[in-house]
Design a binder for this molecule. Structure first.
Ligand code: C5P
Length: 473
Protein backbone atom coordinates (compact mmCIF):
# COMPACT_ATOMS: atom_id res chain seq x y z
CA UNK A 1 0.00 0.00 0.00
CA UNK A 2 1.29 3.46 -0.90
CA UNK A 3 2.29 5.55 2.07
CA UNK A 4 0.30 8.73 2.79
CA UNK A 5 3.49 10.24 4.32
CA UNK A 6 5.14 9.97 0.88
CA UNK A 7 2.18 11.75 -0.72
CA UNK A 8 2.36 14.55 1.87
CA UNK A 9 6.09 15.02 1.12
CA UNK A 10 5.43 15.01 -2.64
CA UNK A 11 2.79 17.70 -2.17
CA UNK A 12 5.19 19.99 -0.26
CA UNK A 13 5.11 18.71 3.33
CA UNK A 14 2.79 19.01 6.33
CA UNK A 15 3.21 22.81 6.87
CA UNK A 16 2.67 23.78 3.24
CA UNK A 17 -0.43 21.59 2.82
CA UNK A 18 -1.92 22.82 6.11
CA UNK A 19 -1.50 26.41 4.94
CA UNK A 20 -2.94 25.80 1.48
CA UNK A 21 -5.97 23.91 2.83
CA UNK A 22 -6.40 26.21 5.84
CA UNK A 23 -6.30 23.38 8.36
CA UNK A 24 -4.27 22.56 11.46
CA UNK A 25 -0.92 20.75 10.78
CA UNK A 26 -1.84 18.26 13.53
CA UNK A 27 -4.71 17.00 11.31
CA UNK A 28 -2.18 16.18 8.61
CA UNK A 29 0.07 14.45 11.13
CA UNK A 30 -2.97 12.28 11.96
CA UNK A 31 -3.45 11.38 8.29
CA UNK A 32 0.16 10.24 8.24
CA UNK A 33 -0.27 8.22 11.42
CA UNK A 34 -3.43 6.52 10.18
CA UNK A 35 -2.11 6.29 6.61
CA UNK A 36 -5.47 7.63 5.44
CA UNK A 37 -6.88 10.92 4.17
CA UNK A 38 -10.52 11.72 5.05
CA UNK A 39 -12.85 11.51 2.05
CA UNK A 40 -13.94 15.16 2.58
CA UNK A 41 -10.39 16.27 1.68
CA UNK A 42 -9.99 14.16 -1.51
CA UNK A 43 -11.02 17.01 -3.81
CA UNK A 44 -8.70 19.58 -2.21
CA UNK A 45 -5.79 17.11 -2.28
CA UNK A 46 -6.51 16.27 -5.93
CA UNK A 47 -6.35 19.99 -6.79
CA UNK A 48 -2.95 20.33 -5.06
CA UNK A 49 -1.59 17.49 -7.17
CA UNK A 50 -2.82 18.91 -10.49
CA UNK A 51 0.47 20.34 -11.73
CA UNK A 52 2.59 17.57 -10.22
CA UNK A 53 3.09 14.25 -11.89
CA UNK A 54 1.53 12.18 -9.10
CA UNK A 55 -0.91 9.31 -9.52
CA UNK A 56 -3.06 10.33 -6.60
CA UNK A 57 -5.46 7.40 -7.02
CA UNK A 58 -2.78 5.02 -5.81
CA UNK A 59 -2.74 6.84 -2.48
CA UNK A 60 -6.42 7.64 -2.04
CA UNK A 61 -7.82 4.29 -3.19
CA UNK A 62 -5.13 1.85 -2.04
CA UNK A 63 -7.59 -1.01 -1.70
CA UNK A 64 -9.10 -0.78 -5.14
CA UNK A 65 -8.03 -3.95 -6.91
CA UNK A 66 -9.73 -3.25 -10.23
CA UNK A 67 -7.46 -4.54 -12.98
CA UNK A 68 -5.35 -6.52 -10.51
CA UNK A 69 -5.42 -10.29 -10.76
CA UNK A 70 -6.37 -10.86 -7.13
CA UNK A 71 -9.27 -13.14 -6.47
CA UNK A 72 -11.04 -14.53 -3.43
CA UNK A 73 -13.06 -17.68 -3.03
CA UNK A 74 -15.67 -17.28 -0.30
CA UNK A 75 -17.00 -20.50 1.24
CA UNK A 76 -20.26 -19.97 3.13
CA UNK A 77 -21.14 -22.63 5.67
CA UNK A 78 -24.47 -23.11 7.39
CA UNK A 79 -24.81 -21.21 10.64
CA UNK A 80 -26.95 -18.49 12.09
CA UNK A 81 -24.26 -15.98 10.99
CA UNK A 82 -24.54 -17.01 7.31
CA UNK A 83 -26.55 -13.86 6.65
CA UNK A 84 -23.42 -11.79 7.38
CA UNK A 85 -21.80 -13.38 4.31
CA UNK A 86 -24.01 -11.19 2.14
CA UNK A 87 -22.32 -8.09 3.58
CA UNK A 88 -18.93 -9.80 3.11
CA UNK A 89 -19.77 -10.31 -0.59
CA UNK A 90 -20.81 -6.65 -0.89
CA UNK A 91 -17.56 -5.44 0.70
CA UNK A 92 -15.37 -7.69 -1.47
CA UNK A 93 -17.12 -6.37 -4.56
CA UNK A 94 -16.81 -2.80 -3.30
CA UNK A 95 -13.04 -3.34 -3.19
CA UNK A 96 -13.20 -4.54 -6.82
CA UNK A 97 -11.71 -7.92 -5.94
CA UNK A 98 -12.76 -10.82 -8.15
CA UNK A 99 -14.98 -13.19 -6.20
CA UNK A 100 -16.28 -16.73 -6.52
CA UNK A 101 -18.65 -18.18 -3.94
CA UNK A 102 -19.18 -21.76 -2.81
CA UNK A 103 -22.05 -22.68 -0.48
CA UNK A 104 -22.29 -25.84 1.60
CA UNK A 105 -25.53 -27.79 1.74
CA UNK A 106 -26.40 -26.38 5.17
CA UNK A 107 -25.60 -22.80 4.10
CA UNK A 108 -28.37 -23.24 1.54
CA UNK A 109 -30.85 -23.71 4.40
CA UNK A 110 -30.11 -20.13 5.46
CA UNK A 111 -29.45 -18.41 2.11
CA UNK A 112 -30.38 -19.37 -1.41
CA UNK A 113 -27.74 -19.77 -4.14
CA UNK A 114 -29.97 -17.52 -6.25
CA UNK A 115 -29.62 -14.65 -3.77
CA UNK A 116 -25.81 -15.09 -3.66
CA UNK A 117 -25.66 -15.36 -7.46
CA UNK A 118 -27.60 -12.12 -7.89
CA UNK A 119 -25.42 -10.28 -5.38
CA UNK A 120 -22.16 -11.52 -6.89
CA UNK A 121 -23.50 -11.34 -10.47
CA UNK A 122 -21.85 -14.70 -11.03
CA UNK A 123 -22.74 -18.36 -10.67
CA UNK A 124 -22.53 -19.63 -7.11
CA UNK A 125 -21.07 -23.17 -6.78
CA UNK A 126 -22.75 -25.78 -4.60
CA UNK A 127 -22.14 -29.22 -6.00
CA UNK A 128 -19.03 -31.40 -6.18
CA UNK A 129 -20.62 -33.73 -8.69
CA UNK A 130 -22.17 -31.28 -11.11
CA UNK A 131 -21.31 -32.30 -14.68
CA UNK A 132 -21.98 -28.78 -15.90
CA UNK A 133 -19.72 -27.13 -13.27
CA UNK A 134 -16.93 -29.66 -13.69
CA UNK A 135 -16.88 -28.89 -17.41
CA UNK A 136 -16.69 -25.11 -16.89
CA UNK A 137 -14.86 -24.55 -13.63
CA UNK A 138 -13.86 -27.77 -11.89
CA UNK A 139 -13.20 -28.04 -8.17
CA UNK A 140 -9.43 -28.08 -8.66
CA UNK A 141 -9.55 -24.87 -10.71
CA UNK A 142 -11.69 -23.25 -8.03
CA UNK A 143 -9.20 -24.38 -5.38
CA UNK A 144 -6.15 -23.11 -7.27
CA UNK A 145 -7.45 -19.90 -8.83
CA UNK A 146 -7.99 -17.86 -5.68
CA UNK A 147 -5.27 -15.93 -3.87
CA UNK A 148 -7.28 -16.24 -0.70
CA UNK A 149 -9.94 -18.71 0.39
CA UNK A 150 -12.15 -17.24 3.08
CA UNK A 151 -14.49 -19.54 4.98
CA UNK A 152 -17.10 -17.34 6.68
CA UNK A 153 -18.87 -18.40 8.72
CA UNK A 154 -16.71 -21.46 9.39
CA UNK A 155 -18.69 -24.04 11.35
CA UNK A 156 -17.32 -26.63 13.79
CA UNK A 157 -18.20 -29.14 11.08
CA UNK A 158 -16.01 -27.64 8.33
CA UNK A 159 -13.15 -27.20 10.82
CA UNK A 160 -13.46 -30.86 11.79
CA UNK A 161 -13.49 -31.98 8.18
CA UNK A 162 -10.59 -29.74 7.17
CA UNK A 163 -8.44 -30.72 10.17
CA UNK A 164 -9.01 -34.42 9.54
CA UNK A 165 -8.76 -34.55 5.78
CA UNK A 166 -12.40 -35.31 5.01
CA UNK A 167 -13.43 -34.24 1.52
CA UNK A 168 -17.06 -35.22 1.08
CA UNK A 169 -18.46 -32.10 -0.57
CA UNK A 170 -17.31 -29.22 -2.78
CA UNK A 171 -16.20 -26.91 0.08
CA UNK A 172 -14.14 -29.50 1.99
CA UNK A 173 -12.60 -30.87 -1.22
CA UNK A 174 -11.47 -27.40 -2.28
CA UNK A 175 -9.86 -26.84 1.12
CA UNK A 176 -7.74 -29.96 0.72
CA UNK A 177 -6.77 -29.18 -2.86
CA UNK A 178 -5.61 -25.61 -2.50
CA UNK A 179 -2.20 -23.90 -2.25
CA UNK A 180 -3.87 -20.56 -1.46
CA UNK A 181 -3.85 -18.72 1.84
CA UNK A 182 -6.85 -20.00 3.78
CA UNK A 183 -8.67 -17.83 6.33
CA UNK A 184 -11.29 -19.34 8.60
CA UNK A 185 -13.73 -17.07 10.44
CA UNK A 186 -15.37 -19.48 12.90
CA UNK A 187 -18.84 -18.89 14.26
CA UNK A 188 -20.71 -21.28 16.52
CA UNK A 189 -22.31 -21.76 19.92
CA UNK A 190 -19.73 -21.02 22.71
CA UNK A 191 -19.90 -24.57 24.08
CA UNK A 192 -19.20 -25.94 20.61
CA UNK A 193 -16.25 -23.54 20.23
CA UNK A 194 -14.80 -24.52 23.63
CA UNK A 195 -15.35 -28.23 22.98
CA UNK A 196 -12.02 -30.08 23.10
CA UNK A 197 -12.65 -31.56 19.65
CA UNK A 198 -13.11 -28.09 18.11
CA UNK A 199 -10.13 -26.71 20.02
CA UNK A 200 -7.94 -29.61 18.88
CA UNK A 201 -9.00 -29.03 15.28
CA UNK A 202 -8.36 -25.29 15.66
CA UNK A 203 -4.81 -25.90 16.93
CA UNK A 204 -4.13 -28.53 14.27
CA UNK A 205 -5.14 -26.07 11.56
CA UNK A 206 -3.18 -23.22 13.16
CA UNK A 207 -0.07 -25.42 13.18
CA UNK A 208 -0.56 -26.10 9.47
CA UNK A 209 -0.43 -22.38 8.73
CA UNK A 210 -4.18 -21.82 8.35
CA UNK A 211 -5.14 -18.28 9.36
CA UNK A 212 -8.01 -17.53 11.70
CA UNK A 213 -10.13 -14.45 12.14
CA UNK A 214 -10.95 -15.15 15.76
CA UNK A 215 -14.57 -15.36 16.91
CA UNK A 216 -15.73 -12.61 19.25
CA UNK A 217 -17.29 -12.83 22.70
CA UNK A 218 -20.74 -11.55 23.51
CA UNK A 219 -24.44 -12.43 23.46
CA UNK A 220 -25.13 -15.14 20.94
CA UNK A 221 -28.17 -15.49 18.69
CA UNK A 222 -28.96 -18.76 20.53
CA UNK A 223 -29.40 -16.79 23.78
CA UNK A 224 -26.13 -17.93 25.40
CA UNK A 225 -23.12 -15.77 26.24
CA UNK A 226 -19.52 -16.59 25.35
CA UNK A 227 -17.01 -16.81 22.51
CA UNK A 228 -18.24 -17.84 19.09
CA UNK A 229 -19.70 -14.79 17.38
CA UNK A 230 -18.64 -14.03 13.81
CA UNK A 231 -16.73 -10.70 13.76
CA UNK A 232 -18.30 -7.84 11.83
CA UNK A 233 -17.84 -8.19 8.03
CA UNK A 234 -15.85 -4.93 7.95
CA UNK A 235 -13.30 -6.40 10.39
CA UNK A 236 -13.06 -9.63 8.33
CA UNK A 237 -12.55 -7.71 5.09
CA UNK A 238 -9.92 -5.43 6.69
CA UNK A 239 -7.87 -8.53 7.58
CA UNK A 240 -8.29 -9.97 4.08
CA UNK A 241 -7.35 -6.70 2.41
CA UNK A 242 -4.26 -6.36 4.64
CA UNK A 243 -3.19 -9.81 3.52
CA UNK A 244 -3.81 -8.94 -0.15
CA UNK A 245 -1.79 -5.75 0.25
CA UNK A 246 1.05 -7.82 1.69
CA UNK A 247 0.77 -10.28 -1.22
CA UNK A 248 0.78 -7.37 -3.65
CA UNK A 249 3.96 -6.07 -2.04
CA UNK A 250 5.84 -9.36 -2.25
CA UNK A 251 4.44 -11.05 -5.36
CA UNK A 252 7.16 -9.78 -7.65
CA UNK A 253 9.94 -9.72 -5.06
CA UNK A 254 11.90 -12.54 -6.73
CA UNK A 255 10.96 -11.97 -10.38
CA UNK A 256 13.70 -13.25 -12.71
CA UNK A 257 15.52 -14.93 -9.82
CA UNK A 258 16.25 -18.64 -10.31
CA UNK A 259 16.21 -20.84 -7.23
CA UNK A 260 17.16 -24.50 -6.87
CA UNK A 261 15.94 -26.30 -3.77
CA UNK A 262 16.85 -29.82 -2.66
CA UNK A 263 14.24 -31.42 -0.39
CA UNK A 264 13.24 -34.62 1.36
CA UNK A 265 15.37 -37.67 2.16
CA UNK A 266 17.44 -39.80 -0.16
CA UNK A 267 17.21 -43.58 -0.30
CA UNK A 268 20.33 -45.69 -0.65
CA UNK A 269 19.53 -49.18 -1.85
CA UNK A 270 21.41 -52.11 -0.40
CA UNK A 271 19.76 -54.66 -2.66
CA UNK A 272 16.47 -54.58 -4.61
CA UNK A 273 14.38 -54.79 -1.42
CA UNK A 274 16.47 -53.23 1.35
CA UNK A 275 17.68 -49.69 1.81
CA UNK A 276 18.85 -47.05 4.29
CA UNK A 277 17.27 -43.63 4.50
CA UNK A 278 16.18 -41.05 7.07
CA UNK A 279 13.00 -39.52 8.47
CA UNK A 280 12.92 -36.28 6.47
CA UNK A 281 9.37 -35.54 5.22
CA UNK A 282 10.28 -32.81 2.73
CA UNK A 283 7.69 -30.46 4.29
CA UNK A 284 10.13 -27.64 5.07
CA UNK A 285 11.79 -27.69 1.65
CA UNK A 286 8.42 -27.84 -0.13
CA UNK A 287 7.09 -24.93 1.97
CA UNK A 288 10.13 -22.86 0.97
CA UNK A 289 9.59 -23.74 -2.70
CA UNK A 290 5.92 -22.67 -2.60
CA UNK A 291 6.74 -19.46 -0.74
CA UNK A 292 9.44 -18.39 -3.20
CA UNK A 293 7.22 -19.33 -6.15
CA UNK A 294 4.47 -17.15 -4.70
CA UNK A 295 7.01 -14.33 -4.59
CA UNK A 296 7.77 -14.65 -8.29
CA UNK A 297 10.95 -16.80 -8.25
CA UNK A 298 11.64 -19.41 -10.91
CA UNK A 299 11.89 -22.45 -8.63
CA UNK A 300 13.21 -25.93 -9.40
CA UNK A 301 12.87 -28.56 -6.71
CA UNK A 302 14.99 -31.72 -6.64
CA UNK A 303 13.18 -34.02 -4.29
CA UNK A 304 13.79 -37.36 -2.70
CA UNK A 305 10.84 -39.75 -2.16
CA UNK A 306 8.16 -38.06 0.00
CA UNK A 307 4.50 -38.61 0.83
CA UNK A 308 3.29 -35.02 0.67
CA UNK A 309 1.54 -33.02 -2.09
CA UNK A 310 3.84 -31.34 -4.63
CA UNK A 311 4.92 -27.76 -3.91
CA UNK A 312 4.13 -24.79 -6.10
CA UNK A 313 7.17 -24.56 -8.38
CA UNK A 314 8.21 -24.36 -12.03
CA UNK A 315 9.84 -27.77 -12.10
CA UNK A 316 9.79 -30.74 -9.73
CA UNK A 317 12.46 -33.39 -10.34
CA UNK A 318 12.10 -36.63 -8.41
CA UNK A 319 15.19 -38.66 -7.55
CA UNK A 320 15.96 -41.53 -5.20
CA UNK A 321 19.64 -41.64 -4.22
CA UNK A 322 22.15 -39.01 -3.11
CA UNK A 323 24.19 -39.58 -6.28
CA UNK A 324 21.09 -38.90 -8.42
CA UNK A 325 20.29 -35.79 -6.39
CA UNK A 326 23.87 -34.62 -6.91
CA UNK A 327 23.83 -35.31 -10.68
CA UNK A 328 20.46 -33.60 -11.26
CA UNK A 329 21.28 -30.57 -9.10
CA UNK A 330 24.63 -29.98 -10.75
CA UNK A 331 23.10 -30.45 -14.21
CA UNK A 332 20.55 -27.65 -13.79
CA UNK A 333 22.97 -25.04 -12.46
CA UNK A 334 23.71 -22.13 -12.74
CA UNK A 335 21.12 -20.60 -10.46
CA UNK A 336 20.96 -17.37 -8.49
CA UNK A 337 20.08 -19.03 -5.21
CA UNK A 338 20.56 -22.62 -4.00
CA UNK A 339 18.82 -23.91 -0.89
CA UNK A 340 19.82 -27.38 0.27
CA UNK A 341 17.13 -28.53 2.67
CA UNK A 342 17.37 -32.22 1.73
CA UNK A 343 18.53 -34.73 4.30
CA UNK A 344 21.03 -36.40 2.03
CA UNK A 345 22.41 -39.79 3.08
CA UNK A 346 26.09 -39.26 3.80
CA UNK A 347 27.05 -42.82 2.84
CA UNK A 348 25.81 -45.70 0.80
CA UNK A 349 26.40 -49.19 2.10
CA UNK A 350 28.22 -51.97 0.27
CA UNK A 351 27.34 -55.36 1.79
CA UNK A 352 29.97 -58.05 2.09
CA UNK A 353 30.55 -61.28 3.92
CA UNK A 354 33.71 -62.78 5.34
CA UNK A 355 36.23 -60.03 4.94
CA UNK A 356 35.85 -58.13 1.75
CA UNK A 357 33.95 -60.77 -0.13
CA UNK A 358 31.45 -58.51 -1.80
CA UNK A 359 28.03 -59.70 -2.83
CA UNK A 360 25.99 -59.49 -5.97
CA UNK A 361 23.40 -56.83 -5.07
CA UNK A 362 21.43 -57.12 -8.29
CA UNK A 363 19.35 -59.74 -6.50
CA UNK A 364 18.02 -59.95 -2.98
CA UNK A 365 20.82 -60.98 -0.61
CA UNK A 366 20.08 -64.44 0.72
CA UNK A 367 20.09 -65.22 4.40
CA UNK A 368 23.08 -67.32 5.42
CA UNK A 369 24.98 -68.29 8.56
CA UNK A 370 27.59 -65.64 7.85
CA UNK A 371 27.42 -62.23 9.37
CA UNK A 372 26.79 -59.50 6.89
CA UNK A 373 29.20 -56.53 7.02
CA UNK A 374 29.02 -53.22 5.27
CA UNK A 375 31.69 -50.96 3.98
CA UNK A 376 30.66 -47.36 3.54
CA UNK A 377 31.12 -45.28 0.43
CA UNK A 378 30.86 -41.55 0.98
CA UNK A 379 28.27 -39.73 -1.11
CA UNK A 380 29.22 -36.43 -2.77
CA UNK A 381 28.32 -33.32 -0.75
CA UNK A 382 26.02 -31.34 -3.05
CA UNK A 383 25.99 -28.18 -0.98
CA UNK A 384 29.74 -28.02 -0.51
CA UNK A 385 30.46 -28.77 -4.17
CA UNK A 386 28.18 -25.97 -5.35
CA UNK A 387 29.40 -23.50 -2.80
CA UNK A 388 33.04 -24.06 -3.71
CA UNK A 389 32.45 -24.18 -7.45
CA UNK A 390 33.68 -21.48 -9.85
CA UNK A 391 30.16 -20.44 -10.83
CA UNK A 392 28.95 -20.15 -7.27
CA UNK A 393 25.35 -18.90 -6.94
CA UNK A 394 25.01 -15.50 -5.29
CA UNK A 395 23.37 -16.99 -2.22
CA UNK A 396 23.68 -20.46 -0.72
CA UNK A 397 21.52 -21.67 2.15
CA UNK A 398 22.14 -24.91 4.02
CA UNK A 399 20.36 -26.78 6.77
CA UNK A 400 21.87 -28.43 9.79
CA UNK A 401 19.87 -31.16 11.51
CA UNK A 402 21.52 -31.83 14.86
CA UNK A 403 20.89 -33.75 18.04
CA UNK A 404 23.50 -31.97 20.20
CA UNK A 405 25.58 -28.76 20.22
CA UNK A 406 23.16 -27.40 17.64
CA UNK A 407 24.60 -23.92 17.20
CA UNK A 408 28.29 -24.89 17.37
CA UNK A 409 27.85 -27.66 14.81
CA UNK A 410 25.84 -25.45 12.48
CA UNK A 411 28.42 -22.66 12.73
CA UNK A 412 31.25 -24.98 11.79
CA UNK A 413 29.25 -26.22 8.74
CA UNK A 414 28.52 -22.64 7.74
CA UNK A 415 32.25 -21.94 7.75
CA UNK A 416 33.61 -25.19 6.32
CA UNK A 417 31.04 -25.35 3.49
CA UNK A 418 31.36 -21.59 2.85
CA UNK A 419 27.62 -20.88 3.14
CA UNK A 420 25.84 -17.55 3.39
CA UNK A 421 23.12 -18.77 5.71
CA UNK A 422 22.36 -21.94 7.65
CA UNK A 423 19.17 -23.00 9.44
CA UNK A 424 19.87 -25.30 12.35
CA UNK A 425 17.42 -27.39 14.27
CA UNK A 426 17.31 -29.97 17.00
CA UNK A 427 15.98 -33.18 15.48
CA UNK A 428 16.40 -35.35 18.58
CA UNK A 429 13.37 -37.25 19.95
CA UNK A 430 11.40 -36.88 16.71
CA UNK A 431 10.94 -33.14 17.32
CA UNK A 432 11.00 -32.06 13.68
CA UNK A 433 10.90 -34.84 11.08
CA UNK A 434 7.40 -35.21 9.68
CA UNK A 435 5.98 -32.48 11.91
CA UNK A 436 4.20 -29.34 10.67
CA UNK A 437 6.18 -27.02 12.93
CA UNK A 438 9.86 -26.23 13.22
CA UNK A 439 12.10 -24.40 15.64
CA UNK A 440 15.21 -23.07 13.98
CA UNK A 441 18.33 -21.09 14.68
CA UNK A 442 19.36 -18.94 11.75
CA UNK A 443 23.08 -18.32 11.43
CA UNK A 444 25.10 -16.06 9.19
CA UNK A 445 28.82 -15.38 9.49
CA UNK A 446 28.26 -12.70 12.09
CA UNK A 447 24.86 -13.38 13.59
CA UNK A 448 22.69 -16.07 15.19
CA UNK A 449 18.94 -15.61 15.53
CA UNK A 450 16.64 -17.91 17.48
CA UNK A 451 13.20 -18.12 15.85
CA UNK A 452 10.28 -19.24 17.99
CA UNK A 453 8.61 -22.54 17.13
CA UNK A 454 6.25 -21.90 14.22
CA UNK A 455 4.64 -23.67 11.28
CA UNK A 456 7.02 -24.75 8.51
CA UNK A 457 5.09 -22.41 6.18
CA UNK A 458 5.81 -19.54 8.52
CA UNK A 459 9.53 -20.50 8.68
CA UNK A 460 9.46 -20.45 4.85
CA UNK A 461 7.93 -16.99 4.80
CA UNK A 462 10.43 -15.60 7.31
CA UNK A 463 13.29 -17.26 5.43
CA UNK A 464 12.08 -15.65 2.19
CA UNK A 465 12.17 -12.24 3.92
CA UNK A 466 15.71 -12.94 5.12
CA UNK A 467 16.86 -14.11 1.67
CA UNK A 468 15.29 -11.00 0.15
CA UNK A 469 17.36 -8.79 2.48
CA UNK A 470 20.59 -10.67 1.79
CA UNK A 471 20.16 -11.29 -1.94
CA UNK A 472 19.29 -7.75 -2.89
CA UNK A 473 21.63 -5.97 -0.44
O1 C5P B 1 27.27 -31.88 6.90
P1 C5P B 1 25.81 -32.12 6.87
O2 C5P B 1 25.41 -33.26 6.00
O3 C5P B 1 25.18 -32.23 8.22
O4 C5P B 1 25.22 -30.78 6.20
C1 C5P B 1 23.85 -30.60 6.01
C2 C5P B 1 23.63 -29.71 4.85
O5 C5P B 1 24.36 -30.17 3.72
C3 C5P B 1 22.18 -29.69 4.38
O6 C5P B 1 21.91 -28.42 3.85
C4 C5P B 1 22.15 -30.77 3.32
O7 C5P B 1 21.10 -30.57 2.39
C5 C5P B 1 23.51 -30.61 2.67
N1 C5P B 1 24.09 -31.85 2.14
C6 C5P B 1 24.25 -32.00 0.78
N2 C5P B 1 24.83 -33.15 0.29
C7 C5P B 1 25.22 -34.13 1.11
C8 C5P B 1 25.06 -33.99 2.50
C9 C5P B 1 24.48 -32.85 2.98
O8 C5P B 1 23.88 -31.11 0.02
N3 C5P B 1 25.76 -35.22 0.62
Amino acid sequence: MKDISDLISLLGGTGAIARKLGINPSAISNWKKQNKIPKTKYEAISKLSLDLNINIEEYLFPNDYKGSKFSILLIICGGIASYKSLEIIRLIKKNNIELDVVMTKSAQKFLTPLLVTSLNEKKCYTDLFSIEDEANMNHITLARKADIILVAPATANIMGKFANGIADDLASTILLATFSTVFLAPSMNPVMWENLATQENYHKLLDRGIKFIEPESGDMACGEFGTGRLPEPKHIIDEIVNNLNYKKKIQKQFNNVSVVITAGPTIENIDPVRFISNKSSGKQGYAIASELSNRGADVTVISGPVDIPPPKCNKLIKITSAQEMYDKTISILPADIVICSAAVADWRLIPEINNNHSLNTKHKIKKSNHNLRFTTLKNPDILETISKSKRRPKLIVGFSAETENIIENAKSKLISKKLDLILANDVSQNKVFGKDTNKVYVLTNNNCEEWSEQSKKSVASNLANKINEMFFS
